[in-house]
Write a protein that binds this ligand. Structure first.
Ligand SMILES: Nc1ncnc2c1ncn2[C@@H]1O[C@H](COP(=O)(O)OP(=O)(O)OP(=O)(O)O)[C@@H](O)[C@H]1O
Ligand SMILES: [Mg+2]
Length: 468
């Protein structure tokens, strides 16, 4: 190998190299006298190299600190320097040769704020992208609610909440049962947040929303090359991500039988095997499951493994539906309004007494989620600050006309109330859907079959009527 020494490089080359690598550069000796300055810097200062050379640096560069750095030996990196009426970013390094401080080197990184801005905007995107992934990773696997977010003082609710608080420190499996929208997910978050595992991840996974053939690899991960399209290096499963923390298997009633067997094995052996992997890895995870389906009935029908049901049902918490705790409705509604106000940038929104009364009369098949949807709609159509009955959806307002009907022209001679046909049909349709969902234990596919309509059509109707 040829040994190239720096003095083999021609001097004019060296100068060009300096110009290219540090656009604007100045070198002073220990006394702060300029011993080198390049043309770019001089041009920036409005002078020439000849005029600047051999002069004290303070006389050539406004507000400089080069003479200080050449004495103290303390580098100043990315310092803001006011010069020529604008701000530039400067670096000042002590020049140490053979262990001795002989002067200082200064460079100007950005000659004006615009140049800095341009640079910043280039890295800004990268920084933001990084931040996004970082917070997503962090927020994805931490509990977002605690028991103080669970509103309600009715007896059945307080009992469920107290039980959940008491067992949060235990290591046993928890099964949360409750109708759609009753707050099962909130309970799961709160239990983790109040447990000894709270410093470790809380990993939720919705068993119903993941295609059956992906569920196993989502739960247990896969090894490199486990199947075509598998990510290089493999992928961690939710169980591994939740190690030392809690895994929340939502909608466990929708887990296919084949997966149920695999899950059972994990619970028994406390170790997992990745798809395509050979060895088992131990995991320490607490399990919380939730469903709005009748698991016992599913066990009887052979749709849910009995042994798995026993393993999951160590601590059962039943969350009461809203209609069984009507005294909580006002308090919850006010809390939800507070939350929605923030989301929609509104202030001082109030609920009129009539509205509170109407909310308390409704049976809320969709529970708190339905209440939240109703209030969201109200805030969207609200003109002033007070929510009045006319801001409520028709089906809630109708209760009032049914109970306090004072509009005689709508009453037929027999006294039964006549509503516009459209409303009657809508109400009948909603009731039929609710009945079918109840008969199918919340399984939409089955409910659609019972109603003899397509699944997509059922989803659309559920959305319209706020049925979850
Ligand atoms: N006790 C409560 N106090 C205040 N808000 C609540 C309470 N319980 C639930 N909520 C709110 O109601 C909504 C539904 O709650 P959550 O998602 O936990 O219900 P869920 O039982 O998991 O429903 P689903 O079975 O449909 O998944 C959420 O927006 C949640 O913030
Ligand atoms: Mg849920």
């Amino acid at each position: 190998m040829v040994n190239v020494r720096i003095d083999d490089i021609p001097l004019n080359w060296l100068e060009e190299i300096l110009n290219l690598s540090a656009e604007r550069i100045v070198v002073t000796d220990r006394d702060g006298i300029i011993i080198y300055i390049n043309e770019a810097y001089c041009e920036f200062l409005g002078t020439t190299v000849d005029k600047a050379m051999k002069r004290p640096v303070q006389e050539v560069i406004e507000n400089t600190r080069m003479h200080i750095v050449s004495r103290t030996g303390q580098a100043e990196i990315a310092a803001v320097h006011h010069i020529n009426g604008s701000e530039m970013i400067a670096n000042r390094f002590p020049l140490i040769v053979s262990g001795e401080l002989v002067g200082a080197v200064g460079t100007v990184m950005f000659k004006n704020p615009e140049e800095l801005q341009l640079y910043k905007s280039k890295i800004q995107n990268l920084v933001e992208e990084l931040k996004y992934y970082k917070t997503r990773e962090e927020s994805e696997f931490t509990s977002k609610y605690s028991f103080s977010d669970l509103i309600g003082t009715s007896r059945p609710f307080m009992e469920a909440k107290a039980l959940a608080e008491r067992i949060s420190v235990s290591q046993s499996a928890v099964l949360l049962l409750g109708e759609s929208g009753t707050g099962k997910e909130l309970f799961a978050h709160s239990i983790h947040a109040n447990s000894l595992r709270s410093a470790y991840p809380f990993v939720p996974i919705n068993c119903a929303s993941i295609p059956e053939h992906l569920l196993e690899s989502e739960l247990f991960g896969y090894e490199d090359g486990a199947f075509t399209g598998a990510k290089k290096g493999g992928k961690k499963g939710h169980f591994q991500l939740a190690n030392r923390g809690t895994i929340f298997l939502d909608e466990i009633g929708d887990m296919p039988l084949a997966m149920q067997s695999k899950l059972l094995r994990v619970l028994q052996d406390k170790e997992i095997q990745a798809v395509g992997g050979q060895k088992s890895v131990p995991v320490d995870v607490r399990i919380i499951t939730a469903t709005n389906r009748d698991l016992e009935k599913m066990v009887d029908e052979g749709k849910f493994r009995q042994d798995l049901y026993y393993r999951l049902n160590v601590i059962k918490i039943e969350i009461p539906p809203l209609r069984k705790r009507k005294e909580d409705i006002e308090q919850i509604a006010l809390k939800l309004v507070e939350k929605l106000e923030k989301r929609f940038h509104r202030k001082s929104v109030r609920l009129s007494q009539e509205v509170i009364r109407l909310l308390q009369q409704h049976s809320w098949p969709g529970n708190i989620r339905e209440l939240e949807n109703v209030l969201e709609r109200c805030i969207n159509v609200l003109d002033g600050n007070v929510v009045m009955p006319n801001h409520l959806p028709l089906y809630l307002r109708d209760q009032e006309t049914a109970l306090f009907d004072t509009v005689p022209q709508h009453a037929n001679p027999a006294g039964t109330k006549i509503k516009p046909l459209k409303e009657t049909i809508a109400e009948a349709e909603k009731q039929a859907i609710l009945a079918a969902l109840a008969a199918a234990d919340g399984n939409r596919q089955e409910a659609a079959k019972l109603l003899d309509i397509g699944k997509t059509s059922l989803y659309e109707k559920c959305r319209i009527y706020s049925i979850k």
